[in-house]
Each structure stands twice: as structure tokens, then as C-alpha cells.
Design a binder for this molecule. Structure first.
Ligand SMILES: [Cu+2]
Length: 115
């Protein structure tokens, strides 16, 4: 009985996940080391509600760098923000988007700026 319940929940989760926005790729790419990063850009598998989505950039001390993200314009499946000049080090991107199905999806990834 318990096993059945668990597998039913598992299937339900897969069905729900299929309709969510998924991050397909980003610039800088997750785990990459770049010489410079003038722009942060995330591409999703479908349209995201830009005014209700957020991007955050954290440096290796956990300090938050403010990003000015255009609320509209550009491809509907992308979130982009110009970046301030970044000093060498590790950075973490935290994103949260509102999928067109109404679900909030979030994630994070890191990249490095080379010395
Ligand atoms: Cu969903």
C-alpha cells in the first residue's frame, strides 16, 4: 500500500514537472569560467512571465549584486540582465520564474570570472 502511494505521487510529480518552465541554457553557462560577463541571459523551454520573475547574482561572500532586469521586451523565453563589471571570483545566479501554467519554478547555478 505504501509502495503504491509513493509511486502514484512519483508519477504525479513527473506530470507536474513536465508543464513547468525549465532552464535550457544560460550565458554564462552553468559551471563555466569566463573572461568577462557583460550580460546574464537564461533561456527557458517556454514563455516566462517576466514581470513576475526574478534574477539574483551573488558573489562568493554571499553579497547580492543588484540587477536591472527589463520587465518586457526581447525573446519571451529569455530572462536577461546587463551585468556590472565583475571582479574575478565565483558567482552564483539564483532565478525564479512564473511559468505560464502558473507555477513558480526556481533554481541556481554558478560560474567563475577568470583572473
Ligand atoms: Cu507547472
Amino acid at each position: 500500500m505504501e509502495l503504491l502511494l509513493v509511486s502514484a505521487l512519483g508519477l504525479g510529480w513527473v506530470a507536474v514537472a513536465a508543464c513547468h518552465s525549465l532552464l535550457l541554457e544560460s550565458t554564462p553557462a552553468a559551471g563555466s569560467t569566463v573572461a568577462a560577463a557583460p550580460t546574464l541571459s537564461l533561456r527557458f523551454n517556454n514563455r516566462v512571465e517576466k514581470p513576475l520573475s526574478r534574477l539574483r547574482l551573488l558573489d562568493e561572500r554571499g553579497g547580492s549584486l543588484s540587477l536591472a532586469m527589463p520587465a518586457s521586451g526581447g525573446p519571451v523565453d529569455r530572462l536577461s540582465a546587463p551585468l556590472p563589471p565583475l571582479s574575478p571570483g565565483a558567482y552564483r545566479v539564483e532565478w525564479q520564474v512564473l511559468s505560464t501554467d502558473g507555477h513558480v519554478v526556481s533554481g541556481r547555478f554558478g560560474f567563475r570570472v577568470a583572473p
